[in-house]
Write a protein that binds this ligand. Sequence first.
Ligand SMILES: O=P(O)(O)OC[C@H]1O[C@H](OP(=O)(O)OP(=O)(O)O)[C@H](O)[C@@H]1O
Ligand SMILES: O=C(O)c1cc(=O)[nH]c(=O)[nH]1
Length: 191
Amino acid sequence: MADTLERDRARLLEVLTQRSFERRRVVLSSGKESDFYIDCKRTALLAEGHYLIGRLLLEAIRRDAPSAVAAGGLTLGADPLASAVSLTSFLEGGGQKSLHAFIVRKEPKGHGTGQWIEGLSALGPGAPVAIVEDVVTTGASTLKAIERAKLEGLTVLGAFALVDRLEGGREAVEAAGHRLTTLFTRKDFIP
Ligand SMILES: O=P(O)(O)OC[C@H]1O[C@H](OP(=O)(O)OP(=O)(O)O)[C@H](O)[C@@H]1O
Ligand SMILES: O=C(O)c1cc(=O)[nH]c(=O)[nH]1
């Protein structure tokens, strides 16, 4: 099992490097400029990437937040991650141990239900959840998901991201009292 997870981790890094990592000038979500970008969606929306992300994020959640009953995060980056974790948990045994997925909107839905979180109705009040994220830069998006989940009555056990760009996001999330687990850091892409 440990061997296959290690192999999956190496393969996910290979796919992210080939498909998602680019050296180019970009403006980031925070408004900061950077000379590289990691578009994790390109990997997460590939069949193989979706599979690998599901396996590896679920394993991290089971290890660091074993009582989580759901995984979700801020749309859009987190959407395929939450889906992958949820599907994988069902395929790996289903039943009581599977994790539901949820999606935190950036703005509340402007009509209909007006809700902030899709998938909330499947979760009871105070339900323990894991926040998932693709890239952590300043940590603002992760914190937005955490704060909204808490405001909607969920209990946040921790955040789980694919890549930590090592630009202060971990410190911000931890300063707010939350644990952050990441599969990779910028050093895996720029040694
Ligand atoms: O740690 P931060 O400084 O918040 O930056 C990281 C966030 O930025 C990106 O999302 P983006 O805002 O580009 O939105 P998208 O997922 O809808 O593309 C990425 O998916 C993270 O959520
Ligand atoms: O900070 C961001 O906006 C950001 C950085 C990055 O490498 N990838 C991404 O999707 N967003």
